[in-house]
Design a protein around this ligand. Structure first.
Ligand SMILES: [Zn+2]
Length: 278
């Protein structure tokens, strides 16, 4: 999966020391990130690449995380028009971009960029928020509100029935491949209740024997995904929620039309079933 970057090590401990010339500068605009493609791989700019055109760049920094010994910072309002061969690339590029650890840095940085961007003002009183110096938190000096990064829990659901698994396609999204059922956890429910509710809402089926598989940070939607398998209980007749899904179908293990890809928990769960490991 996209977060599996060994032997590299992602370290998100808050370590807000000043950047130096070799520190990585993550520059985003909406859903795009500044990268330079070279051959099969890509790189991010370093502070040394930006310092001449951006005098203040070392003063107002936002530390994000480290990978191995490399420090990554969020850089906003910098001018980078002078950088040769760098382009703003849609973050979906990181699903397949190499090297994988750098792609993971790109999406994780984007999730933090979105969080910082949407917490410039206090949600309680509307005053400007300030970054705390000791932990990753935004603080309101007026009403003392503290905002920590928000992560939305969601479930990925492999509904199985003997040798069959239920695959679906989303309605109205750019992602057109077969997927598993999925949904966000609502306030007041357990993850297992989310699984049962989403299956009933999306396809009108009952399930039992709900069991946890694995989790994955999924920065594309600001989510922590938790994968569950469960067994069909009773009728297999699908009643489709057409607002959410374009289709849902049962597939025999041997006929699953999905190939391995490195990015998602969904893909891994489908492939585990296809290969007889579930
Ligand atoms: Zn406030």
């Amino acid at each position: 999966m996209i977060q599996d970057i060994a032997p590299h090590q992602f370290d998100n401990a808050f370590y807000p020391v000043a950047p130096d010339r070799d520190s990585i500068a993550l520059c985003y605009e909406s859903k795009a990130c500044l990268v330079k493609k070279s051959g099969e791989e890509f790189v991010f700019p370093k502070f040394g690449d930006l310092e001449n055109e951006n005098e203040e760049i070392y003063k107002n920094y936002t530390f994000l995380f480290r990978i191995d010994e490399e420090r990554y910072y969020l850089v906003t309002n910098a001018s980078y028009g002078h950088l040769k061969d760098y382009n703003m690339e849609d973050i979906s590029y990181f699903r397949i971009a190499e090297p994988q650890y750098r792609a993971f840095a790109g999406i994780t940085g984007h999730q933090l960029y979105c969080w910082y961007k949407s917490h410039r003002y206090c949600g309680a009183c509307g005053s400007p928020m300030k970054p705390d110096s000791k932990e990753r938190m935004m603080y309101c000096e007026k009403c003392h509100s503290m905002e920590y990064p928000k992560i939305c829990p969601a479930v990925i659901i492999g509904v199985t029935d003997g040798n069959r698994i239920l695959l679906s396609k989303y309605a109205g999204r750019t992602y057109k491949k077969y997927a598993l059922l999925a949904g966000y956890t609502e306030i007041g429910e357990t993850l297992e209740e989310t699984v049962a509710r989403e299956v009933m809402e999306e396809v009108g089926l009952k399930v039992r024997n709900i069991r946890y598989y694995k989790s994955q940070p999924w920065a594309f939607s600001g989510t922590i995904l938790m994968g569950f398998y469960c067994d069909l209980e009773g009728s297999d007749k699908i009643r489709l929620d057409q607002e959410e899904l374009a289709l849902a179908e049962w597939f025999e293990r041997e006929e699953i039309p999905v190939e391995p890809s490195r990015d998602s928990l969904t893909n891994e769960m489908i492939m585990q079933f296809k290969n007889g490991r579930i």
